[in-house]
Ligand binder design. Structure first.
Ligand code: ADP
Ligand code: MG
Length: 473
């Protein structure tokens, strides 16, 4: 039987007539082409880091946080009602109203607000007052002020969750740095601000991140969904774990819970050093948070283009590309993006996109060899990215032992890269030939997903009220 992933699509081949040059380029790229042993070891390390992350007392810290999301239940399509969602920390800040009716897609109302810089960098209370005033404005302009709304809060910053409605901010990231919030509960701060604003009947019932929202959003349309995956600026995954396999907390009364792996940081303790190349180290050195987010720096949207750029510079310096003379633009941070990788990977035989991108980089008349090498580098980096993601996903699928699993995915890398999705699919299929699985685009987990999590939170509250009432009988 031929192995599914042994084709040039899965193992990019460099087609150069100049054999010496071909060999020299390939040598520089060798470490980016993962061997079977590399892949087995990644899987082993991922599994041991997961076990460590779930253990009560581990002998060393894991690079995987394995956070409790406190979501033990997924929506099942019977949700009924109107829910608010607030999405802070992504590209835009939004207020959303999600109207759910059983058996229907659900209606969606959204308004974008921009958060001015003085609020992103000022006292935290003022930021939360601003968020509350946006909710007020949203409700007022849609003539909804009198109604009661439960709200799901997508707060995409590192936090420790103590309950479904308690999220303690560990540190601000991105463009936010407000005083007086680190160590505080973002839900309480938002509820307090809503109370200060007054005249609104809104209750923040859940806090979550985009990954969790994506799984929940996927589950609403496909009940086999058990993994949520983000392939955007960064990368993260979450999955449904059996409660008896989680040592670090007791959760009586539930059988499963969504675990937020926080896999972007996989390898920050050095366990992935065996696959790191000089190019990965260069990307890391030029990044905002050096020595962190090891795994996502291997492939995520913020980094894949940079990785290619560093490889091209090296090939140039070795005299193998662009006549050995890198352009000013090529030497500039951020001049080559992940969208460029997509453009080149999806190029036609004439190389139209590649030519356009190279012209922008200052190479107006590239030789055919240059074009072939650039395309090859993009393919090699893409394949490595899809490989490492597929390896960790295979691990999760294996661990869950479910006959059929849908993986809900969101993010521009998944949506727009012309090969990433198929490569992941084929690599997983190759590793787990018996497992039925599906990669499904579940857009807007941070918006619609948050509304759905609010619906789940409300159901949980009602269930526990019923239980208390029964106990009091
Ligand atoms: P976020 O992660 O902020 O929620 P997205 O999922 O839209 O937002 O991801 C944005 C990232 O996707 C950017 O880092 C960008 O590099 C990358 N990206 C944008 N367009 C493309 C594309 N055509 N192909 C691959 N990646 C892309
Ligand atoms: Mg996103």
């Amino acid at each position: 039987m031929t192995i599914l992933t042994d084709s040039p699509f899965h193992k990019p081949q460099l087609q150069l007539d100049d054999r010496l040059k071909k060999r020299a380029v390939e040598k520089i790229l060798t470490k980016l082409c993962l061997t079977h042993e590399n892949i087995c070891k990644i899987r082993e390390v991922f599994e041991s880091e997961m076990r460590l992350g779930l253990a009560r007392n581990s002998y060393r810290p894991s690079s995987l946080q394995m956070e409790n999301t406190f979501i033990p239940k997924l929506p099942d399509g019977t949700e009924n009602g109107d829910f608010l969602a607030l999405d802070l920390g992504g590209t835009n800040f939004r207020v959303i109203l999600l109207s759910l009716r059983p058996g229907q897609e659900g209606d969606f109302l959204v308004k974008y607000y921009s958060v001015p810089e003085h609020l992103r960098m000022g006292p935290g209370e003022q930021l939360f007052d601003f968020l509350a005033s946006c909710i007020y404005h949203f409700l007022e302009s849609n003539e909804l002020l009198g109604n009661y709304y439960p709200l799901g809060f997508t707060f995409s910053f590192p936090m420790i969750q103590k309950a479904l409605d308690v999220g303690i901010l560990l540190t601000w990231t991105k463009s936010f740095n407000c005083s007086g919030v680190v160590g505080q509960d973002a839900v309480k701060m938002l509820n307090d601000a809503i109370a200060r604003k007054g005249n609104m009947n809104v209750d923040v019932v859940a806090v979550l991140n985009d990954t969790t929202g994506t799984l929940v959003k996927g589950a609403y349309t496909d009940p086999d969904t058990a993994i949520g995956l983000i392939l955007g600026t960064g990368s993260n995954a979450c999955y449904l774990e059996r409660i008896d396999r989680i040592e670090k907390w007791d959760k009586p009364g539930v059988t499963e819970v969504i675990i937020d792996i926080e896999w972007g940081a996989f390898g920050d303790n050095g366990v992935l050093d065996f696959i790191k190349t000089d190019f990965d180290r260069a990307v890391d050195c030029n990044s905002l948070l050096v020595h962190s987010f090891t795994f996502e720096k291997l492939f995520a949207g913020k980094y894949m283009g940079e990785l290619v750029r560093h490889i091209l510079i090296k090939l140039c310096r070795e005299g193998l590309l662009f006549g050995g003379a890198p352009s000013e633009t090529l030497l500039t941070f951020g001049s080559f993006t992940t969208a460029d990788v997509s453009g080149i990977e999806g190029d036609n035989d004439d190389g139209e996109n590649t030519r356009k991108i190279l012209r922008r980089l200052g190479f107006a008349y590239p030789y055919t060899d240059d074009m072939l090498i650039v395309r090859h580098v993009c393919a090699v980096v893409t394949v490595r990215g899809a490989r490492v993601v597929a390896t960790c996903l295979s691990s999760l699928l294996d661990r869950m032992v479910k006959p059929e699993v849908t993986i809900a995915v969101d993010g521009s890398l998944f949506k727009h890269h012309p090969k990433f999705q198929r490569l992941m699919n084929d690599f997983i299929g190759d590793m787990l030939p018996e497992q039925k699985f599906k990669l499904m685009l579940a857009e807007d987990g941070s918006g619609k997903g948050a509304g759905l999590v609010a619906a789940v939170a409300l159901k949980l509250r009602e269930d526990s009220k019923k239980l208390i009432a029964k106990d009091n009988l």
